[in-house]
Design a protein around this ligand. Sequence first.
Ligand code: ADP
Length: 220
Amino acid sequence: MKREFAVIGLGRFGGSICRELSKEGMEVLAIDSTEAKVNEYRNIASHAVIADATDEKVLKELGIRNIDHVIVAIGEDIQASILTTLMLKELGIKKITVKAQNDYHEKVLTKIGADQVIHPERDMGKKIAHSIISSNILDHLELSDDHSIVEIKAGKKIVGKTLIALDIRANYGCNVVAIKSMASNDINVSPMATEEIKEGDTLVIIGADKDISRFEKQLV
Ligand code: ADP
């Protein structure tokens, strides 16, 4: 079944969300206040309309109430982003995702009830910084200020060893939650203690940043 989404603001970020959702076959209502942007998405989204999202009447007329998930990707105009989010919340939208410009913006959005606040530039910057520091870290997902999930390329020191032999949990306080195998192009999401790490494997590890870093420095 197709799910319904609305994307408000068709800049680089909102535009990319709109494109991907549409590519995946989702119903997308694309909204922007500028005609040029809307024209760009006419053939991509299911519907594309020129509208000022800060106008409550317009939002109601667009039937936004019937949409499951609205993504607010209004860029620079923080006031418009906050006002739009507030109105969507009052209209009872089930899920609202908003792009924040800075930490203060994020705080306000969380306070007024945005379900998900994203900070793409900051988050991408962090990911890239981690992969620059260590070429073994392929991906990094921040869970809190000091906990993460990372994908680490298995190095020489651990290839051929089993999880039980490495005893990562006891020695490093981290958990291996999955092993991606390059050879079989598969992912094992519940690796056994007897699982042997092979050349080309990627370990998906959850833990405190300091423990992950220790593991990575000593073993990978
Ligand atoms: P990005 O950094 O993702 O490229 P931009 O600031 O370039 O973000 O894009 C934000 C988009 O949001 C622009 O296309 C702009 O026209 C649109 N926008 C700004 N205010 C409103 C509003 N009140 N209603 C609808 N769209 C808006």
